[in-house]
Write a protein that binds this ligand. Sequence first.
Ligand SMILES: Cc1ncc(COP(=O)(O)O)c(C=O)c1O
Length: 383
Amino acid sequence: MSIATRPDIISFAGGMPGNELFPVEEIDEIYNHLPFDIKQTAFQYGPTPGYPPLLESLKEYLKKKGMPVETNRLMITTGSLQAINILGKVFIDPGDLVVTENPCFIGGISAFKSYQAILHGIDLDRDGINVPLLKSFLDQSKSRPPKFIYLTPNFHNPAGTLYTEQRKKELVPVLQEHDLMLVEDDAYGELYFDEEARKRVVPMKTLYEHELDICYTGTFSKILGPGFRLGWMLVPQEIYQKAELCKQSMDACSPNFTQVLANEFLRTGKMELYIIKMREVYKRRKDTMAAAIRTFFPEEITWLEPKGGFYIWLKLPPNIDITAVLKASIEKGAVFVIGKTFDPEGKDNSHIRLAYSHTPEHKIERGIQILGACLKEALKRPA
Ligand SMILES: Cc1ncc(COP(=O)(O)O)c(C=O)c1O
């Protein structure tokens, strides 16, 4: 983060929106027009499960998307990372097995490891998690079954993958057979780039509520601002009760101040309009990065064009020294994240992650040119 936020560096590192994209004026206006007593409420502690008006408006929002809000309980959390962390705390005893995708969101890896879970990553391909590999792992682990599986089916971080409907369907009998609970992380589902992707972002929590046990998490970080530190979980009643107890001891409540503002942003329909604009901005940034990669990167590097979200995940030839490329690239003014960071077992994987979300188009092109030159140089001198 310290390098990623240096003004002289073009950063493809942090998975965050650009500062220039935040709806600062809308939020100014919302605050200025709040009744005085609501402003006072905003400064106060609030109920552990969330500011009741925000819970109501978020429930309405998720209901419109077809999510099973009536048969589950909704809780506001301090970022969705807290939701993931709480689920880890509820379910994991030291030495328990947890299945993730490989690669996997670093926050999930560190949350589960903090409760001393043993992580096992199953490879992702272009359509989602590799189901035969998952099945065979679960078959082998019958004497010591994992506590849950953690998946990000929509615009995966770091892989950018959007699961196909078919892949989600194939997962159902495997999870059923092994009675395995799913933690479904949907941090990026709103940020699709076209109609086909829009149809595919339907959460498993919506599709398979009756077939599977699913704890669903979401966040305001990518559709309003990470500084709000607001996310949520939608979970079955029994899990909700345990999660509420955990949250009580963690931070008593998520910030009431930002919950009041997020509620107005959501309730008045401003958020939906803002998300429409953001989809366009991120698509333009993705298009610019994709075009620059085609122009400036060596052909040996392979990648898939994302259909939404923040990231492009690239596979480098195995003989490239990625750490040396990173050093050279920082010296010349561009930074990215090495793929090993996202391996649940910390293994090398010859990948890098580029985020296009917080860099304006003209800088994206320049940064990719710098990185392309460093990659070409490294290919001339194999490790
Ligand atoms: C896949 C995924 N899940 C969850 C989060 C956590 O976000 P937050 O805690 O800001 O809601 C992130 C943030 O980068 C993410 O990429």
